[in-house]
Design a protein. Structure first.
Ligand SMILES: C[S@@+](CC[C@H](N)C(=O)[O-])C[C@H]1O[C@@H](n2cnc3c(N)ncnc32)[C@H](O)[C@@H]1O
Length: 234
């Protein structure tokens, strides 16, 4: 466990009484008139996916759709799922403003905690910063995502390995920059947590990447990302 996740675990107990529903939390996050995210593809994801033959993809917690739109532009039949109806509406609007093939970028409102994908239905499952300050059963969701991969399909997870500088600006509950539910793991810790059967899934990349990035509300910062890539082998 990292120092930040241990610290987060300590805070979780204190925050239980002020529990907020995930839907209310994320609708509030997207409530402003301006987009929350940059709208550009995450560069770590883009580098990981570049050169793959396009197929069917699904992005978990797609937010305002930047990654899905980029995938559609690369030829993928790309679906984005997100809890927030506001984020989904923004993603659809952003996609319709681009010249994309019909149905190549689709978005659906979906609570991933109840997501039951068909077995072996996607060639690529992506999750960029599928973090939440409120309840999110990330490990269970990512295990299901692995089962949704077709043989040879990839699960590409890009996460914060440490809280981004702008998380401090959203510490409204006083629970710290990551919130009471947040776990920020290294890629290897994440692989250990998901614990996929090695006879059917192979970890191809589990590493940390550092980069400069634009965050919400015009902020800029130095980020440490975890990149975990898993291939379904059987
Ligand atoms: C930190 S944002 C990342 C958004 C986007 N992937 C990106 O990189 O810009 C996390 C996203 O996960 C979504 N989310 C949180 N809990 C969810 C759940 N239970 N089901 C579906 N989406 C969820 C939020 O609405 C939010 O858009």
């Amino acid at each position: 466990m990292t120092a930040s996740s241990a610290w987060s675990t300590d805070r979780r107990r204190d925050a239980m009484s002020s529990e907020e529903s995930p839907l209310a939390h994320w609708e509030q996050r997207y409530a402003g008139a301006e987009p929350v995210w940059s709208g550009r593809v995450n560069p770590t994801l883009a580098a990981a996916v570049a050169g793959l033959p396009p197929g069917r993809s699904v992005d978990l917690g797609c937010g305002e759709g930047g990654d899905v739109i980029w995938l559609a532009q690369q030829g993928w039949q790309a679906l984005g799922l997100d809890l927030s109806p506001t984020a989904v509406a923004r993603a659809r609007e952003a996609a319709s403003a681009r010249e994309l093939g019909p149905g190549s970028a689709r978005f659906e409102q979906c609570d991933l905690s109840a997501w039951e994908p068909d077995e072996a239905s996607y060639d690529l499952v992506t999750a960029s910063f599928l973090h939440s300050r409120v309840a999110l059963d990330r490990t269970r969701i990512l295990r299901r995502a692995a089962r949704a991969l077709a043989p040879e399909g990839l699960l590409v997870i890009v996460s914060h390995a440490a809280p981004p500088p702008w998380a401090l600006a959203h510490d409204h509950e006083g629970t710290g920059p990551t919130g009471p539910h947040e776990q920020m793991l290294t890629a290897q810790e994440e692989a250990d947590e998901i614990a996929l059967d090695p006879s059917a899934w192979a970890v191809e990349v589990a590493e940390q990447r550092e980069r400069e990035a634009d965050g919400p509300d015009g902020q800029h910062g130095h980020l440490e990302d975890s990149l975990l890539i898993v291939r379904r082998t059987a």
